[in-house]
Design a protein around this ligand. Structure first.
Ligand code: ADP
Ligand code: TRP
Length: 337
C-alpha cells in the first residue's frame, strides 16, 4: 500500500510527473533499495515522465575528497542502471550538470524563514550530535532539495519516510513563492510505501549508512553474508518457537519473498526446532537471488565508464532544458530579468 503524506484524496495517475534524487554518499543498502530505488524503477514503467538524479551538490555537505565524490557519483549511476533504471524512459542526470539549481536555491533561500529550517529533523540531529562541521550548506540542505523538486514541476516524489519533512518543506516554499510572486510551482506530494517506509537495519533501528547497521546490496558476497549473519536476535534456543514481532530476519525476508515463501518461514519459526542461524542463511540466499542479475550487470557497467558518462550527460541536457525554462520564468517573476 502506498501513502501520500502531504495531500488529501490524492489519486496516482499515469500522467503524473515523478522525481526523486539520491546522494552519492556510499554503497546502497537494502533500506535505500526497498524504500526508494525499487519504487523509482517501478514507477518508470508506469508513468509518463520520471526524473531521477544523483544529488552530488548535496553530498558536498559531507564529502571533502574530490576523487571520492567523483567515484561515488559514478558508482551510484552504475547502481541505478544495474537495478533497471532505463535512460530511454527516465531522465537520469547528475545534479551538478544543471548549475541552475544553485541559482534557484539562492532565490528561494531569500523567501525561506530561518525557523522553518531550524525545525528540520536532519538539522536538529546534527546540532544535537554537536557536529562541529555543521555548515551553512547543511542548514540550507532542505532549500536545495526543494529546488531539485520544484525546478521540474513533479507531482510525486517517491522517498523513504525520513525524507517526508523535506518534501513538506518544498511544498511550503512553493506556496510562499506562489503567494508572493504568482502561480509558478506545482505542489509536490511525498509518495511513501507503507511497508517499506522505514526498513530496519541489522540492529533493529532504521537501516542507515550513518548507523553502520546496513546490508549492502552490492557488497562482495562474503561481506554481505557477514552483515546478514550479524542480525541481532533474541536468545530463544533452536527448539523454542520464535517471536515474529521483533524478528528482523522475518521482517526483511517478508519484504523480498513471495507470499508462499513467507508462509513457510512463518511456520518454521512458529513450529520451533528451527534456529536463527538457518533462517539467516535463507535470508542471505533470498538477497543473493533478488540481486543476482543486478550484481552481474553492475560488474559489467563498472567497466563501461564512457557509456555511463554518456547516459548522464544526455540526461543532463534534457534536465537543463527544463531547468532553464523554470529559472527564466522565476527571474522574470522576481525582477532579475
Ligand atoms: P542513509 O540514511 O543510509 O544515508 P539516504 O539518506 O542516502 O540513506 O537515503 C536515500 C533514500 O533511501 C531516501 O529516499 C531515503 O528515504 C531512503 N531510505 C534510506 N534508508 C531507508 C530505510 N531504512 N527505509 C526506507 N527508506 C530508506
Ligand atoms: N535528501 C535526499 C536523501 O538524502 C536526497 C535528495 C536530494 C532528494 N534532492 C532530492 C530526494 C529531491 C528527493 C527529491 O535521500
Amino acid at each position: 500500500m502506498v501513502i501520500c503524506y502531504t495531500g488529501k484524496d490524492f489519486i496516482l495517475n499515469k500522467n503524473m510527473r515523478v522525481l526523486s534524487g539520491m546522494q552519492p554518499s556510499g554503497n546502497p543498502h537494502l533500506g535505500n533499495y526497498l524504500g526508494a530505488m525499487k519504487q523509482h524503477i517501478e514507477l518508470q514503467n508506469q508513468h509518463e515522465e520520471c526524473f531521477y538524479f544523483i544529488a552530488n551538490y548535496h553530498a558536498l555537505t559531507t564529502v571533502r575528497d574530490p576523487e571520492k565524490l567523483r567515484e561515488m557519483t559514478f558508482e551510484l549511476a552504475v547502481d541505478y542502471l544495474a537495478l533497471g533504471l532505463d535512460p530511454q524512459k527516465s531522465v537520469f542526470f547528475r545534479q551538478s550538470d544543471v548549475p541552475e539549481h544553485t541559482e534557484l536555491a539562492w532565490i528561494l533561500e531569500c523567501i525561506t524563514p530561518m525557523g522553518m529550517l531550524e525545525r528540520a529533523h536532519a538539522w536538529k540531529d546534527a546540532v544535537k550530535k554537536g557536529k562541529k562541521e555543521s555548515s551553512v550548506g547543511l542548514f540550507n540542505y532542505p532549500v536545495l532539495m526543494a529546488v531539485d523538486i520544484l525546478m521540474y514541476h513533479p507531482h510525486i516524489v517517491p522517498v523513504g519516510k525520513d525524507q517526508k519533512q523535506h518534501v513538506e518543506i518544498a511544498r511550503d516554499i512553493a506556496q510562499r513563492f506562489n503567494k508572493t510572486f504568482g502561480e509558478t510551482f506545482t505542489l509536490p506530494e511525498a509518495l511513501i510505501k507503507e511497508n517499506v517506509a522505514t526498513v530496519p537495519g541489522i540492529d533493529g533501528e532504521k537501516m542507515s549508512k550513518s548507523y553502520g547497521n546496513t546490508i549492502d546490496i552490492f557488497a562482495p558476497e562474503n561481506i554481505l553474508k557477514k552483515q546478514v549473519m550479524s542480525i541481532i536476535t533474541d536468545s530463544a534456543t533452536v527448539e523454542e518457537k520464535k517471536n515474529l514481532e521483533k524478528n528482523i530476519i522475518f521482517q526483511l525476508y517478508s519484504l523480498l519473498a513471495k507470499q508462499e515463501e513467507i508462509k513457510k518461514l512463518r511456520e518454521k519459526f512458529l513450529n520451533g526446532g528451527f534456529g536463527y542461524g538457518d533462517s539467516k542463511k535463507m535470508l542471505f540466499e533470498k538477497i543473493m537471488d533478488e540481486f543476482h542479475t543486478p550484481r552481474e550487470k553492475r560488474e559489467k557497467l563498472m567497466q563501461e565508464r564512457n557509456y555511463v558518462e554518456s547516459v548522464l550527460s544526455e540526461g543532463g541536457k534534457k534536465a537543463k532544458a527544463l531547468a532553464i525554462k523554470t529559472t527564466e520564468e522565476v527571474r522574470k517573476k522576481v525582477g532579475l530579468d
